[in-house]
Design a protein around this ligand. Structure first.
Ligand code: SF4
Ligand code: SF4
Ligand code: SF4
Length: 620
């Protein structure tokens, strides 16, 4: 929708918005000058939504540290600035966060951090509320899209009142669930101008030492503010035998599961309003803390001498849904467990790559060679290479770690692994995010590692965002495009060890991986086909199976393309007396992109272009 229309529709109305869209709207209304982010589920849509608004610069950063530092720079000039990332992104940005937290801010600065509670798309389930305690920063915890909007506006006000960065802790449920959100108008926010103050902004030991008492005083002021925060909400209940302290979406679930219980909902989740909680606790029989995921509030209240029930009753991981809390309520009251609707029995559908994905053939090759390889992977769609049918990944830790893990593996492998070649697999966006340093490190340390750099020209896993390797910015406008061949050579990989290949040429790719893993040096094999879900991909005519000629060998299934479907299985005895399972297949022409990756795997050559097939079938 064009921006002008978007504004006319939204201003002063209650549109249906996800929490991510509501945060974006509030950032824009706050008069912020700059917003920066790196894509990551569940926070990606915040910046994508912001890019639709005028009068604010929205930029993808190459990683979360870069994005946060960009926002800090804008804040130093006196402008309001915003930064968004998923929970593990703040680990990457932590260096900047911890130092700037000490210095404070000039223009208001809000960081939205989205926790993937329940691990729908992440490598861990960490609790970003810890960062508030660790970095001495206030943490706001909205429960739904309306609060996501309101708390974002409140976060800018809090940031400027206390001269501090403010963390807006979101969770997947807040980010993605839609609700009607009352919105307002953009309030222009005049820049304060750059305040030249090296003693504050240049973080030399002599300078920052003086900031520590300031930070401690700010902690005390924020704690006093927490006691009277308008974001603190007390809901009455008819039965005070149990009282609840809760925050985020778990507070809504708690209200539904314990409708009779008084509830103190924390909007400002850190610092805690200890005296308000103490008074609340005095008015209830038993105090239950409902918090996702770690027992932070519970631990702090116990340290304050306030008796609570928490993770001794509730799970320490996953969402605290109404069903989970109803079970806890029954246990707490000594009642029979409530009936829970049985989950619908659906056919298991493990995640897989798309039909024609350019990562299929690389992982097919690795799966064939895995007995002679140690394979470290990375974060992206291609992490699915760890699953069926490929099972071609031995380790995957975090963004960019494929190359550095590979370095350690190459140095320390012993025993049966000593003769195995080490392969690191990384995507284009992840390489630019945090992989480049790893490659430099491999070169510098003269490692023996083959790097598969899978360039699909997008951030595939988060829905197809732009990055410096795509040649476009967040608005789709042309931007300088990284030349990966030149980049890896600039990082020190010898020109003869850099190969740019078509991943759909499966035999050629296989041969190349075999030859490069045999060379004692750092090699980079770049694949050069775009993600099939982007407009950069152009499908070719679909293929089909001449089913009368299919021997059921199942060879084509090993490439892992979901367009190839088993239509019949049986078991036969081979001449040597061994029982063999056969899988006869068809290709769903609606999904087949005509990539040809499966063609060479069919010995009887019964995978054919549909057009050629009709001629061949006529002849059968
Ligand atoms: S989104 Fe793109 S990169 Fe990811 S699995 Fe699908 S085709 Fe492959
Ligand atoms: S050609 Fe084969 S591998 Fe490629 S999309 Fe079609 S069925 Fe899948
Ligand atoms: S590789 Fe060919 S013969 Fe074997 S299952 Fe696939 S289509 Fe049939």
């Amino acid at each position: 929708m064009p921006v002008t229309v978007l504004n006319r529709v939204l201003a002063g109305t209650r549109p249906l918005m996800s929490g991510n869209e509501a945060v974006a709207r509030a950032v824009w209304e706050s008069g912020a000058a700059l917003a920066s982010a790196y894509p990551g589920t569940p926070s990606t849509e915040i910046l994508e939504s912001l890019a639709l608004y005028p009068d604010i610069v929205a930029q993808w950063g190459v990683n979360e540290k870069v994005a946060l530092e960009t926002a800090i720079g804008a804040s130093l000039t006196g402008a309001r600035a915003f930064c968004a990332m998923k929970h593990v992104g703040l680990n990457v940005a932590a260096d900047a966060l911890m130092s700037q937290a000490l210095a404070g801010i000039h223009g208001g600065l809000v960081i939205a951090v989205a926790d993937d509670v329940g691990l729908s798309s992440s490598q861990n389930e960490q609790d970003s509320r810890y960062w508030g305690r660790f970095a001495h920063l206030p943490v706001l915890e909205p429960a739904d899209a309306q609060e996501a909007y309101a708390f974002t506006l409140a976060a800018f006000a809090l940031s400027e009142r206390f001269h501090t960065l403010v963390i807006l802790r979101l969770t997947t449920r807040v980010c993605h669930v839609k609700a009607l959100v009352a919105t307002g108008e953009r309030q222009p926010h005049a820049s304060l101008g750059f305040a030249r103050d090296p003693k504050r902004w240049v973080m030399l030991p002599a300078h920052v030492r003086g900031m520590i008492p300031v930070q401690i005083a700010r902690d005390a002021a924020l704690a006093a503010h927490a006691e009277e925060s308008p974001l603190l909400c007390e809901l009455e209940g008819d039965d005070p035998s149990i009282g609840i302290i809760a925050s985020g979406p778990a507070a809504l679930s708690a209200r539904e599961a314990f409708p009779e219980a008084p509830l103190l909902k924390l909007g400002l989740g850190y610092p805690l309003p200890i005296e308000r909680i103490r008074a609340f606790a005095a008015g209830v029989g038993r105090l239950l803390v409902v918090e996702e995921t770690e027992p932070l509030v519970e631990t702090e209240l116990r340290a304050q001498g306030i008796a609570v029930t928490g993770k001794d009753l509730l799970p320490r991981y996953g969402e605290l849904s109404v069903a989970v809390l109803r079970g806890a309520r029954a246990r707490l009251r000594g009642e029979a467990a409530p009936a829970v609707a049985a989950p619908i029995d659906v056919f298991p559908r493990p995640p897989t790559m798309c039909p024609g994905c350019p990562h299929l053939a690389p992982f097919y090759c690795l799966s064939r060679l895995r007995g002679s390889l140690l394979i470290s992977g990375d974060i992206g769609c291609y992490t699915l290479g760890a699953g069926q049918p490929w099972q071609a990944m031995d380790a995957c830790t975090c963004m960019g770690a494929s190359l550095t893990l590979a370095n350690g593996m190459a140095v320390a492998k012993t025993g049966d692994d000593a003769e195995k070649a080490v392969v690191a697999v990384i995507g284009d966006s992840t390489f630019l995010h945090m992989g480049m340093q790893g490659l430099l490190n491999l070169v510098y340390n003269r490692a023996n590692v083959t790097v598969l750099l899978l360039d699909n020209r997008t951030v595939g896993m988060t829905g197809g965002q732009e990055h410096p390797g795509t040649g476009f910015d967040i608005h789709g406008d042309p931007a300088p495009r990284v030349d990966f061949v030149a980049l890896v050579q600039a990082l020190g990989v010898k020109a003869e060890r850099v190969h740019s290949v078509d991943p759909y040429d499966l035999p050629g790719l296989f041969k190349l991986i075999r030859s490069e893993t045999a060379v004692n040096d750092v090699s980079v094999i770049l694949t050069n086909r775009p993600c099939v879900l982007t407009d950069r991909h152009h499908s070719r005519p679909a293929l089909g199976v001449v089913e009368a000629e299919c021997t059921g060998c199942g060879g084509c299934l090993q490439v892992g393309c979901p367009a190839i479907q088993v239509v019949r299985r049986d078991r036969v005895m081979t001449p040597s007396g061994r029982e063999k399972e056969r899988a006869f297949v068809t290709i769903d022409s609606a999904f087949c992109t005509g990539c040809n990756a499966c063609v060479g795997l069919c010995a009887p050559k019964c995978i054919q272009p549909l057009a050629a097939m009709s001629e061949r079938c006529e002849g059968v």
